[in-house]
Design a protein around this ligand. Sequence first.
Ligand code: C2E
Ligand code: CA
Ligand code: CA
Length: 577
Amino acid sequence: MVLVRPAGDQASKTAALLRMAFPGSVVTACPNGAETIARAATGMPVGVCCFDLADSAAGALASHVRKVARACPDAELVVLIEAADRAVTADILEVTPAPERLTFLIQPLDMQDAVKSLRAVSARYWAKRRANADLESRDRDVRRLSVEAMEVQARLDVALHAARHDTLTRLPNRAGFTSELTARIANGFQNQTIFLINLDRFKLVNDTLGHEAGDDLVRKIGVALGTVVPPGGLLARIGGDEFGVITESLSEQGIDDVCHQLLRVCAQSRRIYGHEVQVSACIGVSVQKPGQENGDLLRQADLALRAAKREGRNRYRAHDEEMAKSSTKRLAIEGGLERGLRAGQFEMVYQPIVDADSVAILGFEALVRWNSPEFGSVAPDDFIPVAEETGVILELGDWIMRQAMKDCRRWGGPYVSINLSARQFLYQKVGERILRYAQECDLPPEKLQVELTETAIIDDVERAHENLKVLRAAGVRIALDDFGTGYSSLVYLHKFDIDCIKIDKSFVDDVTRYHQSAMIVTSVTRLARALGMAVVAEGVETEPQRQILIAAGCDYLQGYHFGRPTSSGDAAALLRD
Ligand code: C2E
Ligand code: CA
Ligand code: CA
């Protein structure tokens, strides 16, 4: 739409010019200024508005231009002036709110030039329209994107919440726990105290009552723990049967109080799926020192928890200097093991395994010793777990096997029983390797027994099956070590073709003191017999123990009562006596 305000006989001339310039457009001619303004004000779309000076006073024209410019904010404004009217140009420029939309055509007009100019003006109008439309659509895009971004954020928040929370207890999980700890430490809150709470014998609940019962117990304990967490503290479930608490600085007394409360609620008796269930827990505590970081704090609490666990059930330990020292020692052991192996610091000793009735020596258990020039003699309980973690056990284990087989070959008669750690046993083709070493040492496989713990078997049942099959087929005997300290039933373990079980020393210790322990040993022995397995009792230290164990039906015995672990040479001498 083109609006034109021609006057007098100019009207038809100007209208004709515009029609020539814009052949497809509607051209509306208004007889005077007032009507032009009135039309513009109706909101009809105007692309180009053309004014001519013909009869109006310069001031009136300027005012009309201004008003139309306001009413049609997009329109291009074309004003026809006489060459002499330069003053009018200035007037109009001064009052028009958008001088960049103004174009002056100077009369008399050359028709060709005028048409070109008008088309250029119209092109500018359309270009601006398109630019505005682009701008608007970009605005819309930005609005849409920001709505989408909000949605994505909302979804992220939900996902983040899920990632940081445990579905069973609805408490924060390990990720939530550590991010809270990081945040608290980053915010400069000093002296955070953390408690790691691990339930004792939780696996037993899962195994005997089922996972649903286990879940129910964890949920209930989660709720109960929540009631004793100090104000401002955070409770999280950071593992299957492990909870964590973060609190701000507490005095030593405060820590003791919190631990007692936490232990008390864990140990409450609860009704779970119709059963009365009672468990206990151990707690490891660490207190942040100025400048101490997140990772350290958790590691220390974990060390403290493990120390508490080693000491027994239902107790807590706070991380202290001594623990720090022992973990330093552990690190030193880690470094020393490989060097020790190269330097020949390891030695094998042998402890007799005897027939329960005749006390004749039937075999020897091979036990490794480390004589370190740095640390003195290190107990296998201290370095075997480290060797397992670092992987040195594979090389050390190979050395142990070969050494034990060579020594056994020299004795002639009795068999040798070699301990295999879980990592060693689950290593590929360990069965084949053992047989190859036996062949190299010219030792018949019947003179070999391997001792495994329950975890070595159930950590990877399939691989255990493979290794055991190879060994059994060759005539190597399989003994299950430390029986009674794990959770699996004898009937389950029987599936793995085990030849004999070694009843753990902790039961043997108790047989003379508690009638109940003797009863347990008796029934285990009877069941083992029924399943075709022999029974060895470990750690026998006295004659009364031996008597009870014989009565309980044990076939073989081992312990200081019959002989301490000794060198290979002494073992040979023992045989001669
Ligand atoms: P284990 O296999 O249960 O070995 C029996 C442990 O009880 C040995 O401790 C032995 O010296 C000790 N013992 C035997 N009779 C008695 C007794 O009458 N009274 C007392 N108080 N203790 C007795 P040791 O040699 O310190 O070994 C500890 C553990 O280290 C072993 O427990 C075994 O798990 C591991 N270990 C030892 N040698 C080796 C090895 O060559 N390879 C692997 N993988 N582990 C080994
Ligand atoms: Ca053993
Ligand atoms: Ca044992």
